[in-house]
Design a protein around this ligand. Sequence first.
Ligand code: PMP
Length: 433
Amino acid sequence: GLPPAPVDDALLARRDAALAGVQEHYYGDPPRIERGWRVHLVDAGGRALLDMVNNVTAIGHAHPALTAAASRQLALLNTNSRFHYAAIADFAARLTALLPAPLEKVLLVNSGSEAVDLAIRVAQAATGRRGVVAVGEAYHGWTLASDAVSTSIADNPNAVGTRPDWVHVVDAPNAYRGRHRGEDARRYGPEAAAAIRALAADGRPPAAFLAEPFFGNAGGVALPDGYLAEVYAAVRESGGLAIADEVQVGLGRLGRWFWGFEQQGVVPDVVTVAKSLGNGFPLGAVITTAEVAAGFEAEGSFFSSSGGSPVSSVVGSTVLEVIASEGLQERARVVGDRLKAGLLALAERHAIIGAVHGEGLYLGLELVRDRATREPATAETAAICDRLLLLGVVMQPTGDHKNVLKIKPPLVLPEDAADVFVARLDEVLTTGW
Ligand code: PMP
C-alpha cells in the first residue's frame, strides 16, 4: 500500500492556533483524513485506513443513499420545526416503530449531549424532583447536565468527587474491573437499588436512574444479568424514571439486540439516541412515554432550531431505512461473532489480552500487564494504537484507564476486513509495539 501522507505541520499549527481544547489524539503524527468510503478513511495522500472505531458512521462513510437524500432535501427546503412538513412526522414514526409500545413520544435535538441533557430535564419535569443517580465510569456528554452525570476519570481524575449535589453516583457495574468481579458482579444491582432506596427513605427520591444499558464507555462490557431490572424497579418504586442512554450501543450495533436495554430484558421510561442516528450528521432524539411527555409539556413547549428540521429528519429516516434494508443488525451479529472469535483466539496466545468484552460490532479488548492483578496496560494500549495506524488500521482506547481497544466499526464491515483487523493486531502483539 501507499506510505502515510507526510504530516503537514503548518496545517496542524493553524488548527491548534484557532481551536480551543482540541481533544489531542494519541497519535504522535495524526493522519490527515480528507475522505471516507464505507469502512475506510482515506488520508491526504490517498492511503486507505481501515476504520475500526467510527460507530457514528454506522451505515458506512459517504453512503450514496444518504448523500442523495440529504442533498435533495437541502435543495428543496430546510427550516426549523415550527413549520408543518412531512419529513418530521415520517422520521418520528420510523423511530417509535423501532421501540416498545409505551415509548411513543419523540423530542428531536442535535447531539447525544443534548439528548441526555433533555432526558434529564424531562425526568425532572415529570417527577418534580431534581436528583439523578448515575453510575461510575460513565460518559454522557459535554453540556452542563450531561457532563454532571459523566463520571469517567479518563480525562478528569476528580470526576466522581466533583459532581453537583443533585447527582448521586453508584459503583460502575463493571464485572471485569470493579469492586465486585466475575460472579460477585451480581452484587452491583442490589447495592445500587439499596442506594436508591436509601435516598428515598431520606426524603430525597431521585427523578431518575441514568445509565448506558450496555456499558459502552467501559469498553462494551455487558451489565451483570438482572442489573437493570433490579435498579429500574428500585427507582420506579419511589416514583422515579429509568433513562437508558443508547447513544453508543443502540440502533442494531449489538447484533443480537437492536437496543441495549433488550439485552437486560427491561423497558426504560426514557431513551436517548444520537451518533449513528445521523451517520455523522448532528442528530439526537429523546423518546419517552405519553405520560412522561405530558409532564414535560406541562412546563411549556420545546424548540430546537435544527432539531427535527427537514434535512435532519430526512437524514434520520434514511439512516434507519438503510439499517433495515441492508440488514445491518444481522451483519453486526454475524461479522461481530466472527471478529470476537478471532479476538478470543488471540487472547489464547497473547497474555496482554485480559478480556474480550462486547457483542456484535461493539467489542472491547481490555489490555493488562498482569492477568491476575488486572493492572491496566495504558501506555501499551496507546503504543499499540500507534503501531496499528502504521499498519493501516484506525483504533483508539477507551475506559477509565484508556486500556481498552474500542472496536466499533461501521456496521458495513465485511468479513475479510474483520479478518484483516485480527491479523494486523496479531502482528503487532507478536512483533511488539
Ligand atoms: N452518551 C454516550 C453514551 C456517549 O458515548 C456520548 C458521546 N461519546 C454522548 C452521550 C454524547 O454525545 P455527543 O458527543 O453526540 O454530544
